[in-house]
Design a protein around this ligand. Structure first.
Ligand SMILES: C[S@@+](CC[C@H](N)C(=O)[O-])C[C@H]1O[C@@H](n2cnc3c(N)ncnc32)[C@H](O)[C@@H]1O
Length: 275
């Protein structure tokens, strides 16, 4: 007798297929357990009687899909998240980037922009921002819209200030934003050379000649095949001896790319394209 899937799992598969066919967003190779959890959470919060009912709404109404996308994409970020990562970039990557006449950085899965603004601040302090082009990409248009504005909740700033200092910040963090009501608006000149764009690691292609790819806390949501696809894109996008930074719970160690990168800063998950 063949094993039967639970009804939930059938519904989830159909929902994911419907999203792909209708909207082109491909969640088919995301890690199953967390995807399942987030879909069940969306069903509850969006007040749908079943996942099939949710699918019906999402298929017929792009606004409902936009709402569901908020659950599927986990739009959570922080400035100078894992300060040791940014400190390692400052101390062990920036000196090498200084040897290039111009620098291209790709922040993949940039969410609402906190990582991009952190990198822009760091690069400005290290005298590199004026010759750096940053591409910041994500699949969630609402997140990209927020990222472009560079406005973050004031209540988060205390934590970000501590992170910034631990990341080797050279100024007063308050030099970079103006506070109004409950929001902090970051200096727009930080993002003068940032291109925010819709790009999926699951379905889109490479960015050529990049010196640094920072893709943090994104691969963790993918299954092994999709992780390898993304790592392949990064490998191909990087210039000779380019750098790759991942999140603290991510690694290339067990991927198909483990011998295509050297470890540059192990604890901080910074790798360098092997020759
Ligand atoms: C938890 S956030 C990480 C944000 C930021 N990198 C950080 O570390 O703070 C994960 C981001 O990955 C994005 N994402 C998910 N699937 C993606 C894909 N296939 N291609 C590009 N970005 C994706 C989500 O939209 C979300 O903004």
């Amino acid at each position: 007798m063949s094993a039967h899937l639970a009804v939930h799992d059938i519904e989830i598969r159909l929902l994911i297929e419907a999203i792909f066919l209708r909207y082109g967003h491909d969640f088919r190779d995301y890690a199953q357990a967390s995807l399942r959890r987030r879909i069940l959470q969306a069903q509850q919060r969006m007040d749908a009687a079943s996942i099939t009912a949710l699918q019906e709404r999402v298929l017929h109404d792009p606004d409902q899909f936009a709402q569901l996308l908020q659950y599927l994409t986990v739009p959570v970020s922080e400035m100078f998240r894992d300060p040791a990562y940014f400190l390692a970039l400052r101390e062990h990557v920036v000196p090498i980037l200084h040897t290039y006449p111009s620098v291209k950085v790709w922040v993949a899965g940039c969410s609402t922009g906190e990582e991009v603004f952190s990198l822009a601040i760091l690069l400005r302090e290290e005298g590199l921002l004026s010759r750096t082009q940053i591409y910041a990409t994500d699949i969630n248009p609402a997140s990209l819209e927020k990222a472009r504005l560079g406005i973050f909740p004031l209540e988060a700033i205390r934590g970000y200030t501590a992170n910034y200092q631990r990341a080797g910040g050279r100024s007063a963090f308050s030099d970079y934003y103006t506070a109004a009501y409950d929001a902090a608006r970051f200096d727009p000149s930080l993002c003068a050379d940032v291109i925010f764009a819709d790009h999926s690691l699951a379905t889109d292609s490479v960015f050529a000649e990049t010196q640094l790819v920072s893709c943090r806390n994104v691969l963790i949501y993918f299954n092994r095949e999709l992780q390898d696809r993304a790592l392949g894109l990064f490998h191909e996008s990087l210039s000779h001896r380019g750098f790759l930074g991942l999140g603290s719970k991510e690694s290339i160690d067990f991927s198909g790319y483990s011998n295509r990168f050297d470890t540059h800063a192990r604890a901080e998950r910074i790798y360098r394209k092997a020759t």
